[in-house]
Write a protein that binds this ligand. Structure first.
Ligand code: SF4
Ligand code: SF4
Length: 284
């Protein structure tokens, strides 16, 4: 089962939920931190890193000896990554999405592949939890290939928990796509509600079963609950706005280890997710 933990807004407690959920369930589990611009699950799980690998993407390099300056490569590129001049062709690596279009259309075989490093993926383990996270290189913007690389290590025989990036753009889709369940995490504030609505729209387009965790419950108002009821969005857990939890988080500790009563609450959360996944499978 693949559970993707997502939120429209950053800082809602996604990492708290994904790491504590992983630590609570009595099954084999792997955690993928796909928030590759700011990975932070390792700060809580403290994995021992055993292996690192680079994530590479092909970008074009033009052989000007062969080039006829026909502009076909420039015209097919949707990202403005190639400019054909009278006697030169400029390639802007940081704009390139490695779609391969320019390599395909060149009639002179003048477009050669050059490797560009996007970031790296680290593999490790933490007290029986298999752990993988990615890191985007400074100045790079191509997040989805790193997320795809991390997800290529999905073991279908165990539970996979994905800590998705915040927002609703391509990286989030890459982290939620083909999940069995999307666990949305929000806080009961106007900003939380605004971004939750965007996240729910995205999840519904993907057609994946989903539910909600309200973090810092009691902080703001009831608008998130009213919205959830109206939209038939099940609230699966509430984590109270509690100084004790905030202190544990700020020290990089696990809630389920410092406040053991939370282990059962996260186990209940996992049981509710399993039931909703099963229900979704039966309805298909
Ligand atoms: S498509 Fe090939 S031949 Fe045409 S401008 Fe681009 S590199 Fe040159
Ligand atoms: S690989 Fe795709 S995105 Fe990159 S330069 Fe070529 S056409 Fe543009």
């Amino acid at each position: 089962m693949i559970i993707s933990v997502a939120s429209g807004k950053g800082g809602t407690g996604k990492t708290t939920v994904s790491t504590n959920l992983a630590r609570s369930i009595d099954q084999k589990v792997q955690v993928f931190d796909c928030d590759v611009e700011e990975p932070d699950s390792h700060l809580f799980l403290n994995p021992v890193i055993e292996k690192k690998e680079s994530v590479i993407a092909p970008v074009p390099e033009i052989d000007l000896e062969k080039c006829s300056f026909c502009k076909k490569c420039m015209n097919i590129c949707r990202f403005g990554a190639i400019a054909v001049l009278k006697k030169d062709v400029l390639c802007f690596e940081n704009l390139c999405h490695s779609c391969g279009g320019c390599f395909e259309v060149c009639p002179e075989n003048a477009v050669m592949e050059k490797e560009r490093s996007l970031g790296e993926v680290e593999h490790g383990s933490s007290n029986g939890i298999s752990f993988i996270h990615g890191r985007l290189d400074i100045s790079q913007v191509m997040v989805p290939p790193i997320i795809k690389k991390i997800r290529s290590y999905t073991n279908p025989d165990i539970v996979t928990i994905i800590d998705a990036p915040p927002g609703t753009s391509c990286p989030v889709i890459a982290a939620m796509n083909k999940a069995d369940f999307i666990l949305l995490v929000t806080e009961p504030t106007p900003f939380g509600l605004h971004d939750l609505k965007l996240a729910v729209e995205t999840v519904r387009i993907l057609g994946i079963p989903h539910g909600l965790v309200i973090n810092r419950a009691g902080l703001g108002n009831d608008d998130v609950k009213i919205y959830s009821e109206k939209e038939n969005l099940p609230i699966l857990m509430e984590i109270p706005f509690d100084k004790k939890i905030a202190k544990i988080y700020s020290k990089g500790q696990m809630v389920v280890e410092q406040l053991p009563e939370y282990k059962e609450k996260f186990q209940n959360l996992f049981n509710k997710i399993s039931q909703l996944v099963e229900k979704g499978r039966q309805e298909k």
